[in-house]
Design a protein around this ligand. Structure first.
Ligand SMILES: C[S@@+](CC[C@H](N)C(=O)[O-])C[C@H]1O[C@@H](n2cnc3c(N)ncnc32)[C@H](O)[C@@H]1O
Length: 310
């Protein structure tokens, strides 16, 4: 599904991440949503771009190379570039890779230094073999990547990052806790005030579970890094801020609004418990609930880091 934060479409009979992410539907709307999601991630983690231990490890006097896997519209890279330039650092080379280039910003819109080589965006399925990228990077960054991890097994992604890093290089990975998706109506709400929203959450998580995607690996991402050979692993979860929950809700609603596209119509599947029509009707009720104060949230953002042994 279209999002980092929201879980992949649980209602599909066979979800294939690359097919999903290269579909024509992943267009300017996905990018706009990712811009908002970027702001929300950053507000949740106190605007940290690089973990302090990683920042301290980089020698800014010599060129350092960072890869962002699944960089989307490149907004994280562009903010990192701005923050480095503001510190007088110019030797960075930030490489963004994405299987779908549709949302890459045009080079002529990037700041001159960025367009001249500090930021390079390339179309690439990073899960395939790329020997030329092995041992090249000081830092590999991933964010909102969980919809690309299937069956709760991030080991392939972790191995890809490990291969791309130089010895001593760092991985940094941020996710929202998709596995903790919930909604709340506030302390004074009537008991049935979030019933449609709760039903949608149940449909999504049941559909995900049917495909083996429950995202529980997010609760032990640091352990997965250790298992994958990383050392000096850190893991920290930041609670989402109450003041941001309306915007997170809007972010999830944008994803949910697209889900009927993935569902059979009532005419195609008269016996299906969830159809395009029934979900659309439920979604309409859910929007009304959110307008009355219901918020949808995933409770926290987890940031994990680790180091490739020297
Ligand atoms: C939820 S978006 C997150 C974008 C960005 N990391 C952010 O946080 O704003 C996931 C991105 O991963 C990309 N993606 C999916 N599978 C990929 C693959 N195998 N190789 C490279 N990029 C991939 C998608 O096209 C999409 O842009």
């Amino acid at each position: 599904m279209t999002t980092a934060s929201p879980a992949p479409p649980a209602t599909e009979s066979g979800y294939e991440p690359t097919t999903f992410w290269t579909a024509p539907k992943r267009n300017f709307r996905s990018s706009a949503r990712l811009h908002m999601q970027h702001a929300l991630f950053q507000k949740t983690i106190a605007n940290q771009l690089l973990h302090p231990a990683i920042d301290a490890s980089l020698s800014f006097l010599t060129p350092f190379r960072l890869a962002d896997l699944g960089c989307g519209n490149g907004v994280w890279l562009s903010d990192l570039h701005d923050s480095l330039i503001a510190r007088g650092i110019t030797t960075h080379q930030l490489d963004g890779f994405d299987v779908n280039p549709v949302n890459f910003p045009p080079a002529h819109t990037l700041p001159a230094a960025a367009a001249d080589g500090n930021i390079r965006l390339r179309t690439l399925n990073v899960l395939e073999d790329h020997p030329e990228l092995e041992g090249v990077y000081d830092v590999v960054h991933l964010r909102a990547w969980c919809s690309i991890v299937t069956k709760n097994d991030p080991s392939h992604t972790i191995a890809v990052a490990m291969r791309m890093l130089k010895p001593g290089g760092y991985i940094q990975w941020e996710e929202t806790r998709v596995d903790k998706q919930t909604c709340s109506a506030g302390p004074d709400a009537a008991p049935a005030s979030a019933v449609a929203t709760e039903t949608i959450i149940k449909i999504i998580s049941a559909g995900g579970a049917a495909l083996g995607n429950t995202y529980t690996f997010l609760g032990s991402l640091g352990e997965h890094l250790s298992k994958g050979g990383f050392t000096e692993v850190t893991s920290k979860e930041y609670a989402k801020r109450g003041v941001d929950l309306k915007a997170w809700t809007e972010d999830y609603l944008m994803v949910w609004e697209e889900l009927p596209d993935l569902m059979p119509s009532r005419a195609q599947a008269p016996n299906s418990p969830v159809t395009k029509e029934s979900f659309t009707e439920l979604f309409g009720k859910c929007v009304v609930e959110t307008e009355r104060g219901v918020v949808v949230h995933q409770q926290g953002v987890v940031v994990v880091t680790g180091r490739k042994p020297l």
